[in-house]
Design a binder for this molecule. Structure first.
Ligand SMILES: Cc1ncc(COP(=O)(O)O)c(C=O)c1O
Length: 375
């Protein structure tokens, strides 16, 4: 869809891969395993401080046994481990092979037509039964793609839509909506059938975490979706979950969750969560500090306009005419750094770049490189 309407970039495997989907290609796809080791990947939006080195060693030790075992056929044990750190009822959780698996199920089982603010995370519009089922609410570039909930809701009501999506903090914008504002919004969306709130980045939005999880049971039409790839730093394990106070909605989804959808390594990782929760929150707070530093440092570069963020990444716009693809190419070739050119995201122009914090040292190197390229 969006990728097909995008003008084809210059030839070469890198450009071809990049425009094939609305996601950025993984660094390994782009340059191979060998070279990928020497490149700092700022596309990678995952917590660099978790799992801890001790957890990784433990996983390594367990790997031979885990590979030779079948996963548990019951999801309940994993749900209990996760529920313990989230402080929620395990029965109200469904754990998926990444949030992406759940998004497909939600789209297939629960959605006829849904309002989606764009730019967005592409799976919400690409994995619908029919892509025309997404009613796109285009955010205004002149207003920094800000999602204004009042305007959005009026638009949803005018179109008589019964389902809507909010991603908070937004991806790719990073825009964060306060908990009070979200609760107020949920009261005003009580007439809708389904309100999906994707909180994949909420753990970086504040302390305490301004999540709707503790309040969701009050709103029977609310379904919270969260990827664990980002906040737990495990994109390769494929873990995400959804949560609702409405067991009827969850059961409609559960029927279609594949048996053994979680692999043994992912299940073992979940079993480590309760004992390592302290380390998780320590790492999360440290990363929030890194992001604050990164944002301030980027704001000091006059060649770019930096958007406010509540996530672990920062979106910026290049001001002087250089495109995001050009900047991406130069960072890769001259500085061995990989950033996200957002041009293939529906609703975005070709001047936006997203960078995820990789920890203070690497972030400092990025800022230095940007100062040289877009002064
Ligand atoms: C807002 C949002 N939701 C869900 C996902 C899916 O993540 P995963 O399938 O890795 O859990 C992503 C991934 O980038 C995302 O940005």
């Amino acid at each position: 869809m969006e990728s097909k309407t995008q003008a084809a970039p210059a030839s070469g495997p890198r450009a071809h891969l990049f425009y094939e989907t609305s996601h950025s290609p993984s660094l390994v796809d782009l340059v191979g395993y060998e070279r990928a080791r020497d490149i700092i990947d700022f596309c990678f939006i995952a917590n660099p401080y978790y799992p801890t080195p001790a957890m990784l060693e433990d996983l390594q030790r367990q790997l031979p046994n885990l590979i030779k075992s079948y996963p548990s056929g019951s999801a309940l044990l994993s749900q209990k481990n996760l529920a313990e750190v989230l402080r929620v009822n395990p029965e109200n959780l469904i754990i998926g092979n990444g949030a992406s698996e759940l998004i497909v199920l939600i789209n297939m089982c629960l959605i006829d037509r849904i309002a989606v603010p764009v730019p967005t995370f592409g799976e919400y519009i690409e994995k619908l039964r029919d892509q025309r089922d997404a009613e796109l609410y285009f955010l205004d570039p002149a207003d920094r793609y800000t999602l204004r909930l009042d305007d959005y809701l009026s638009w949803v009501h005018r179109r008589a839509l019964k389902s809507l999506l909010v991603i908070n903090p937004g991806n790719p914008t990073g825009q964060s909506i306060s908990l009070d504002e979200m609760v107020d919004f949920l009261h005003r969306t009580a007439d809708l059938e389904l309100v999906i709130v994707d909180e994949s980045f909420i753990d970086f939005a504040g302390d305490p975490i301004p999540s709707l999880l503790p309040l969701a049971e009050r709103f029977s039409n609310v379904l919270i979706v969260r990827s664990m790839s980002k906040h737990c730093g495990v994109p390769g394990l494929r873990l995400g979950y959804c949560y609702s106070g409405n067991l009827y909605v969850l059961n409609r989804l559960r029927r279609f969750v594949p048996t053994w959808n979680l692999n043994t390594v992912a299940q073992y990782f979940l079993s480590l969560l309760p004992a390592t929760d302290g380390a998780y929150h320590e790492g999360r707070r440290r990363l929030m500090g890194d992001v604050r530093w990164l944002q301030a440092a980027l704001e000091s570069i006059s060649g770019i306009e930096v958007y406010p963020t509540g996530a672990n990444f920062v979106l910026f716009k290049i001001k002087g005419g250089m495109t995001a693809a050009e900047l991406q190419g130069r960072l890769l070739d001259e500085h061995q750094m990989y950033v996200r050119d957002c041009a293939n995201k529906l609703g975005m122009d070709c001047f936006h770049v997203r960078v995820a914090s990789q920890g203070r040292d690497k972030d400092e190197r990025l800022v230095e490189a940007l100062r040289a390229l877009v002064p």
